[in-house]
Design a binder for this molecule. Structure first.
Ligand code: C2E
Ligand code: MG
Ligand code: MG
Ligand code: MG
Length: 285
């Protein structure tokens, strides 16, 4: 680690680190332009009610369609956008786009949008959400906001206050990637979430490791007692689907059931006019 080792540390930087730094600066610069030139898009992944197989709605997942680099994953650019603060603008774009895409759909489908802690700290985010709901006509109860555990790190009172304002509006607040943070349980005490999403890590290993299955069972039971729903994310096999359903997860999401796709393709892979009987339809890949 070069940090804290005083002057001359730059000379000791490995070429690989320098390359990474340069790439990062390039990404940073390009992100601003990307927003202006509409290179961002949303991919929609369906969410299912496990007991009935019914489609509940979609999670909107950010994609950067870079003219040279191709599609860049949010895992690669959201952290940089958070550092530069540009996540506020990119996030505002997503918050407007997702309700507009979903509002006109049949069956009162909901849409879930991911929010960064940076956005949640910002006082302008709640008004942006209110405006997006107003402009699209989407009922607040059809909007879910997904917040990862780390979002609440530091126990910022502004974040909690903003979450309460959103909850009071009728928006549903979801704790994402549950189990991956280091103090998952304490978040449940800080805010009354509507739903817990069990991280795909647990879903993946639940079929092969009894301890992971036990963790899923306990989270489901805990959520039930707190009056919260549970989503199993990252369902990739029939075996995983059967297991999380048997363990009592209320909702499911994963490549087996439907991959994230542009809105029209996401709709085309579902038959929204039919109730899906008991088992969710297995997606074609
Ligand atoms: P997340 O909210 O936990 O989203 C779920 C991730 O799991 C998505 O990755 C999704 O494509 C992926 N996934 C879904 N089903 C499966 C499966 O069966 N197997 C596997 N292996 N993966 C599956 P994605 O789209 O790359 O997004 C990564 C993360 O980036 C998201 O995790 C979320 O934290 C963040 N993100 C995405 N869109 C936004 C956004 O609009 N704003 C912010 N702030 N963050 C976003
Ligand atoms: Mg999410
Ligand atoms: Mg997640
Ligand atoms: Mg995640």
């Amino acid at each position: 680690e070069a940090k804290g080792s005083g002057r001359g540390t730059y000379a000791q930087f490995e070429p690989r680190m320098e390359a990474r730094l340069l790439q990062r600066m390039a990404i940073e610069e390009e992100m601003g332009r990307a927003l202006r030139e509409e290179q961002f898009s949303l991919a929609y992944q369906p969410l299912f009610e496990l007991a009935t197989g019914r489609v509940l709605g979609f999670e909107a997942l950010l994609r950067w369609n870079h003219p040279q680099r191709g599609v860049i994953s949010p895992a690669d650019f959201v952290p940089i956008a958070e550092e530069t603060g540009l996540i506020n603008d990119i996030g505002a774009w997503a918050i407007n786009r997702a309700p507009a895409d979903i509002a006109g759909l049949p069956a009162d489908l909901m849409v879930a949008v991911n929010l960064s802690p940076v956005q949640l700290k910002n006082d302008s985010t709640v008004p942006i959400i209110i405006d997006a709901l107003g402009a699209s006509g989407l009922a607040p109860s059809r909007l879910e906001l997904e917040i990862t555990e780390s979002a609440l790190l530091g126990d910022d009172p502004r974040i909690i206050a903003h979450l309460h304002r959103l909850r009071d509006l009728g928006v549903r607040i979801v704790l994402d990637d549950f189990g991956t943070g280091y103090s998952s349980l304490s978040y449940l005490r800080r805010f009354p979430f509507h739903k817990i999403k069990i991280d795909k890590l647990f879903v993946r290993e639940a079929t092969t490791r009894s301890d992971c299955a036990a963790i899923v069972t306990s989270v489901v039971e805990l959520a039930q007692r707190l009056g919260m729903a549970t989503t199993a994310e990252g369902i990739e096999t029939k075996e995983q689907l059967d297991l999380v359903r048997r363990l009592g997860c209320t909702e499911g999401q994963g490549y087996l059931l439907g991959k994230p796709k542009p809105i029209l393709a996401a709709l085309a892979q579902l038959d929204l006019s039919a109730q899906i009987p008991v088992a969710p339809r297995i997606a074609r890949s």
